[in-house]
Write a protein that binds this ligand. Structure first.
Ligand code: MF3
Ligand code: CO
Length: 295
């Protein structure tokens, strides 16, 4: 096989995926199909990035903690809570569930979670002086490592009475993720997902951030492919069963341009100061669509 340069097992040998089945009864047809697509000039992912059933079980155990944290945040977040309180909740929950934050120390990131309020697009630092108030919208982006497996998802929380246009931003961003999910089909192109997300956001009059996107995930925090949320259908890598990635558009009420805080190199804000929303889900491509792993 040349699509990923890996050695292909003999037809009666054990499959490379770890199923214990004979290759000819397992991934032989899958590899032939990818090889054919690769020969036709399509972009395909290497075999090492497809998740085995064992990997998926590991990711699910990690995601159970990740989703548990976001549920906990949903039950306790309110006006008067500081974003450092959220960081403290996260640390307590992780410790009780034998897991660690994937964010902490990732490329030097100094906290266990990202908390991004209003015009903060992503990578907001928890801070005891950032106290939530009525009308705020906040993204809490959580990433967990448990037994070496990574999970990653984020949710928006509306604090008290939120301006209807801001609420619409939050809802449209959520709708765009649903539209992206609906476009996840094995053997189709990842660009179908990007285009579906972009259309929902732009039809609603909002804009999509270019510089950040989703990513493969599982045994590492960020694996191939990069998942942009502007793009053309029928372009990009082929989605194949076993591929695990995130859909996580950052959607701005105003222009798509962003700026990074020079004093810390992390906190990203909208250039025009208007609010931004983000929802993130993690999924695995299956034989007939996808399965959500973290949300
Ligand atoms: N959770 C983010 C993502 O969705 C990554 C945050 S990296 C950090 O990919 F270092 F800022 F935590
Ligand atoms: Co992510």
């Amino acid at each position: 096989m040349s699509y990923d340069g890996m050695r292909t097992p003999g037809r009666n040998d054990e499959c490379w995926c770890g199923s214990g089945k004979k290759y000819k009864k397992c991934h032989a047809a899958f590899d032939d199909r990818l090889e054919r697509l690769w020969n036709e000039g399509e972009e395909v992912l290497p075999r090492r990035l497809y998740k085995t059933p064992e990997d998926i079980a590991g990711i699910k155990a990690s995601a159970e903690v990740n989703c548990g944290i976001l549920d906990y945040v949903g039950e306790h977040i309110q006006a008067g809570v500081s974003t450092m309180d959220i960081n403290d909740w996260v640390n307590d929950y992780l410790a009780k569930h034998d897991a660690i934050s994937a964010d902490l120390n990732f490329e030097g990131y100094p906290y266990s979670v990202c908390t991004s309020i209003n015009d903060v697009v992503c990578h907001g630092f928890p801070n005891k002086d950032d106290v939530l108030k009525d009308g705020d919208i906040i993204n809490v982006d959580m990433s967990t490592i448990k037994n070496g497996y990574f999970s990653d998802s984020s949710r928006m929380y509306c604090i008290g009475d939120v301006d209807p246009e801001w609420k619409r931003l939050v809802d449209v961003c959520h709708d765009s993720v649903q539209a992206g999910l609906a476009a996840v089909k094995p053997w189709y192109h990842l660009g179908d997902v990007s285009a579906a997300v972009q259309k929902v956001c732009e039809d609603a009059g909002f804009s999509v951030v270019r510089e950040y996107g989703g990513h493969g995930i599982g045994k590492e925090f960020h694996e191939d492919p990069f998942v942009g949320f502007v793009g053309e259908p029928g372009t990009g890598p082929i989605m194949t069963p076993g591929m695990c990635f995130t859909i996580e558009p950052m959607v701005n009420m105003g222009k798509h341009k962003i700026k990074t805080d020079k004093s810390n190199g992390w906190i990203v804000r909208t250039k025009d100061g208007k609010p931004s929303a983000q929802w993130e889900v993690q999924l695995v491509v299956t034989d007939d669509g996808y399965e959500l792993l973290s949300w």
